[in-house]
Structures are given as C-alpha cells and as structure tokens.
Design a protein around this ligand. Structure first.
Ligand code: SF4
Length: 409
C-alpha cells in the first residue's frame, strides 16, 4: 500500500487522471529527455485520454508543464492499450524520434511507466487489505487510524496532512466566493453558472433539522466541484472529479461545530486508509472502474472521516465506509461531452449527503446490528463490478447520460 502523500495531492481540476497525472508525466518526460537535441514534443493519447482529454483539458495541463517547448497532440481512440489512460511522449528533431516514453495515469494523479520507472509509487504499508490493518491495530493496541499511519509514513506526515486539511477548507471557501460560468463547450446543456453560494444562502433560510444540514453539505460539495471543473486547486480525495465530497463534511464540521484543523487532520488519516485500501484492491479511476471508483470511494472516505471526527471505533469507521461504498456499486461514469459538469458536480453533492447518512448508520445501527459485509468484501465486489462494466461507462463519454445528451467523442 502506498503513502497517503500519493493519495492526497494538491493540483488543478477537473480530473486528476486527466490533468494532474498528465501534468506530472510531462514534467517527468522533460526531466528524462533533458534540454537539448529535440525541437518539439509529440504526445499521443489513447483510450479515455483520447475520448475525454479535450473536455478535461489534458492538452492544456501538458502545455503548462512543458511551457516554452513546442508541443503537438494526437488522439488515438482505436488502438486498445492495456491501461485506458495511456499517453506516449516523443521528443523529436524534425521527423526523427530522439526519445520516447509511455506513461499510464492510474487515477488520483498517480503514474506508472516502464520507460521511466522513477515515477512509479513505492509500497510503504505491508498490508493487503483493511482486515490486515485492523488486525495489526488490535495486536499492537493502536486505537485509531492516525496513529497507525504515523507508524509507517515519514516523520513529516502530520505537516503534510495539515496542509491537505487547510487546502480542503480553502477550496470550499474559494468555491463559495466565486461566481460566473464554468468553462465548457457550446453544448447548451453544459452551460453552467456556479451556484454553491446560492445553495448556501438557501440553506441559511431553512429552519433547523437534517434538511438544513444536508443543504449546507451540498453547497460545500458544489463549491469544490465547481472549482475543480474550473481548473482551480483542489485536493484529490481520491480524485479531482470527486474532490468535493470529503471537504464538504469536514468544512461543515469546521464552520458549524468549530472543529479545529488539527482534529480534521487526524480524521483525514481514516479517510486516507479507506481510499488506500480501494486503490490497492480495486481502482480509484472512473476510466478503470466507473464512477463507483471515484464517487463511491470519496463517499466511503468522507463517511470514515466523519466517524473518526466523532471518535467512533475502527469497526464503526469500517461500517460507515462499507455502507457508503455498497450503495454506489455499479455507478457509471458518463460525463457529457467529456466535461465534468453533468453528472459530476451534482453527484459530489449527492455523495456527500450519502456519506453523512452512512456515518449515522455507523453511529446508530452498528452498535445494534453487526454488518454482514466487510469493507474488504465491498471492495472486492467493486473490482468485479468495475471490471465487467462496459467501456461506455468508464469515462469515455460514449454511454449513459453522455449518449442521451449527445456526446461528440
Ligand atoms: S461521472 Fe464520476 S467518475 Fe466520471 S468524471 Fe464524473 S465524477 Fe468522475
């Protein structure tokens, strides 16, 4: 299992696998090839990067990483690569290729390359799943996931997680401040004006109860999702497309319950462990496993964080994460025209409210009824389900809503 530093990254939206990953790949290739001997770089996109790369502004992310270098792009939607998010960089002098490297964007900004192995992430946790983790915690009398992670991460991990917590709060605040249109193409159905602050305003007018809380949480999730769609900085949690879910609940707690950043940082470790277990055993990329991989995981992480904030036991944290994930199994990824406006922004709001309900289940139902499905079970089911989903539903903008509302892939 990898470091939490490889799960929580700060970067521009709208899609970690289509922006942060390719940005990092371009930087890595530039370092690999050095400064001399070529006059331009050609990039070939395959699979989901070819289908939805334009809508996700993958080309812009790479141009930004390779500023000052002439870059050209081609989109190969026919060739089937082993990984759906594959890109090949070629440094060329005239027609001659000086150096070439292929990178796979694994989701959440992570990369894999046989040609450039320094980008590959390292395993630092010697555990295969959540059962092994919680057994280790019991054996070693470790009461919470934060202390567990500190045993394996480097000594500066608390600083890093504090920065992540602060960026999450900042992303919500920014999204609540900003107005205007979210960039998209001319498809009239994709014309979208930011509405997070208007939703918050509506929530303020409600009188108490769960409805009011749900609308605040929704407003905060929209705030981040709208920012992510507009290339603002967000935290991959686990991805940019699903980056509104975890911060929404934490921001609610921070503002409405005066929870400190230090406590939020501690709760983020529980979210991180849940995200890491999915990343190791299934996938956190919509292009690999459908939206269950992104929104399902984000909802499970958020539910886990909320339980940790409330001091619930590791069993209850697992319970909440399992419930959150189980009811998103089979969720398709069908961004209209390849833009993360429909269904993604609204879906962040729904997943946040669902995470809150999952936390309530863990707090209220877990003590009176044992869960018959473990988190590892639901992750195994998620992998099987994601593998058997048709390619149309894996961020290719070719099926579902994308088809009904006219995809131009
Ligand atoms: S539909 Fe889900 S997985 Fe697909 S881009 Fe949107 S949030 Fe990500």
């Amino acid at each position: 299992m990898k470091s939490l530093r490889d799960l929580f990254r700060i970067g521009p939206g709208p899609s970690s696998s289509h922006t942060i990953g390719p940005f990092a790949a371009a930087k890595a290739f530039k370092a690999l090839v050095g400064d001399d001997g070529f006059d331009h770089i050609e990039v070939v996109f395959y699979g989901s990067l070819a289908c939805t790369g334009k809508g996700h502004h993958t080309d812009k992310a790479i141009e930004e990483a390779l500023k000052g270098i002439r870059v050209s792009f081609s989109y190969d939607i026919k060739t089937k690569m082993e990984h759906p998010l594959t890109m090949t960089f070629m440094a060329k002098r005239g027609d001659a290729c000086i150096q070439k490297a292929t990178y796979c964007s694994l989701g959440g900004g992570a990369l894999y390359s046989e040609d450039d192995p320094k980008v590959n992430e390292r395993d630092i946790y010697p555990f295969a799943n959540l059962k092994e983790i919680t057994s280790y915690m019991e054996e070693h009398h470790i009461a919470n996931f934060a202390d567990f992670c500190r045993e394996f991460e480097d000594k500066n991990i608390d600083e890093y997680m504090t920065a992540i917590a602060k960026q999450m709060m900042a992303s919500v605040r920014l999204g609540l401040r900003k107005t205007g249109q979210v960039p998209a193409n001319d498809n009239p159905r994709l014309q979208y004006y930011r509405c997070a602050s208007a939703i918050k305003h509506q929530a303020e007018g409600l009188t108490g109860g769960e409805g009011r809380r749900s609308m605040f949480i929704t407003a905060y999730a929209y705030a981040v999702a709208e920012s992510s769609s507009s290339f603002d900085l967000v935290v991959t949690s686990p991805t940019c497309g699903s980056s509104g879910v975890v911060p929404s609940l934490l921001y609610y707690s921070h503002v409405h319950k005066k929870t400190s950043i230090a406590k939020i940082k501690e709760a983020l470790y529980a979210a991180g462990v849940i995200g890491n277990v999915v990343k190791q055993n299934a996938s956190i990329a919509g292009s690999v496993g459908g939206c269950e991989a992104e929104i399902g995981t984000a909802s499970a992480m958020a539910a886990a964080a909320l339980c940790a904030l409330d001091g619930l036991s590791p069993y209850q944290i697992e319970y909440a994460a399992e419930v959150a994930m189980e009811h998103f199994l089979g969720l398709s990824c069908d961004p209209v025209d390849g833009f993360v406006i429909i269904p993604c922004i609204e879906r962040n709001g729904m997943a946040a409210v669902h995470a809150y309900a999952s936390y309530l289940y863990a707090a209220i139902i877990a003590p009176i009824r044992k869960n018959q499905v473990s988190f590892d079970d639901v992750v195994a089911a998620m992998k099987i389900t994601g593998d058997s989903l048709s390619e149309e539903y894996k961020e290719t903008a070719q099926g579902g809503l994308a088809k009904v509302l006219e995809s131009n892939c």
